[in-house]
Design a protein around this ligand. Structure first.
Ligand SMILES: Cc1ncc(COP(=O)(O)O)c(C=O)c1O
Length: 417
């Protein structure tokens, strides 16, 4: 079979396809691996008990059951869900949005496929690109363009904090918004680093986007308004030139595949047309569950009492363990301000991070190689080969064992230098 250019583009070697293959293997086939790889959220029993209760109620009500399994959703998404969500966002975040500002998708990954290709690629006058102001960024964007050369990325400024921590900042002096730039895009908190682009940096990006009449895309898969895995306060106001991507996945529902786009009416109308062509309709399960959670006023409790404290405790435990097992080595952990990853930088690492990933896999610990997260940087930079990403969505016991194996492996590398 001869593939078209589109076919070749989407079947070529791909970071996200490899990542999900590793994830599937570790979670479904080879559960003995200590899995600190992909972006699966943790199993949180208290949250799953709330979902189980809603599912029972739906199953025991024939009307509700039929609406869940027997009816295609409207193109924009479930009216009940969109209306409940608009109310929630206006009340809790102080925004001023209407139902016309919201569209539903089958996961934010597929929402991004649509958004990226609606914004970037060949246009009337030139080839447009998405600019990531702060690399490293979410690997899942990297193969979503339906032709080559979709992305531009900015190298970060590095602030070293104390002996074993650091933080990336946006280098605004190097941010070049040319005619080719279709939109700016940040994930916040950032996958892979756990960085929170500060309120001040976000305000500056927003201003730059507005001046250049391009959208600012903010991927809030881990952040506010939900699931709220952010360990510091933030103050964000949606604006009509912002395109927000939200997801139910990191709340604990990755398998229901529900994403949400919040944007101005024009963007939503166009998005809905493409989504209907691609998906016909969205799944009902995520919207149904979330409508119930919103209508019964459970979301704040879930965010603040269940989800955030859970991940915060995991983060603290894991950092504590790594500080013990990496003691004396030249490591720095990115300030873990949100999401559920630790991003470790081994300055002067004797092998590449890709080799370290493979060595650790042999030892039974699956981590993420940091290099692919720098996908939009087209310059040689040693730092891109010195980082790994570790998810802390595991039991304390697994995290402790993983920290020990990582410590032993990295120490052996520095000692044989
Ligand atoms: C930053 C970011 N955005 C988007 C996604 C896609 O999530 P989903 O398609 O499950 O909504 C992920 C998944 O890991 C992510 O980490």
């Amino acid at each position: 079979m001869k593939l078209s250019q589109f076919g070749q583009q989407l079947t070529a070697e791909s970071g996200i396809v490899n990542l999900m293959a590793d994830l599937g293997d570790a979670l479904n086939v080879n559960p003995d691996l200590l899995f600190l790889g992909g972006g699966n959220p943790a199993k949180i029993d208290e949250f799953e008990a709330i979902i189980a209760e809603h599912l029972h109620q739906i199953a025991n009500n024939p009307d509700e059951l039929h609406k869940l399994i027997g009816v295609y959703q409207s193109p924009q998404g479930s009216e009940r869900f969109i209306s409940a969500l608009a109310d929630y966002l206006n009340q809790t975040q102080g925004w001023n949005i209407s139902e016309k500002n919201i569209a539903i998708a089958n996961g934010s990954q597929s929402a991004f496929f649509i958004l990226i290709n609606m914004l970037a690629g060949q246009s009337e006058r030139d080839h447009k690109k998405l600019l990531f102001p702060l690399m490293p960024e979410y690997l899942g964007y990297s193969d979503q363009g339906i032709s080559d050369d979709y992305f531009l990325g900015n190298k970060p400024l590095i602030e070293k904090v104390g002996e074993h921590s650091f933080k990336y900042h946006i280098d605004f002096d190097a941010l070049d918004i040319t005619e080719q730039v279709a939109a700016l895009c940040v994930s916040r908190p950032t996958n892979p680093t756990g960085n929170m682009v500060s309120d001040k940096e976000l305000a500056q990006l927003s201003k730059l986007a507005k001046t250049n009449q391009i959208p600012l895309v903010i991927d809030c898969a881990y952040g506010e308004p939900f699931p709220g895995i952010v360990y510091q306060t933030t103050d964000y106001q949606w604006q009509p030139h912002h395109i927000l991507a939200l997801s139910l996945s990191k709340l604990g529902l990755p398998a229901v595949r529900t994403g949400i786009v919040i944007a101005n009416e024009h963007v939503i109308e166009e998005f809905v047309k493409v989504n209907t062509i691609v998906s016909l309709a969205n799944g009902n399960l995520g919207p149904d569950l979330m409508t119930r959670i919103l209508q019964q006023g459970q979301l704040e409790h879930i965010k603040h009492t269940i989800i955030r404290p859970f991940y915060q405790a995991k983060r603290d435990h894991f950092i504590g363990e790594l500080n013990k097992t990496l003691n004396g080595l030249p490591y720095r952990i990115h300030q873990a301000e949100g999401a559920f990853f630790l991003w470790i930088w081994f300055e002067g690492l004797p092998v590449s991070s890709t080799e370290l990933y493979q060595l650790l896999k042999k030892q039974g610990v699956l981590v993420m190689d940091g290099a692919p997260f720098f996908f939009a940087l087209n310059q040689n930079w040693q730092h891109t080969q010195e980082c790994i990403r570790l998810s802390y969505c595991q039991t304390d016991d697994v995290l402790t064992q993983a920290a020990e194996l990582i410590g032993l492996q990295v120490r052996a590398l520095y000692q044989t230098e």
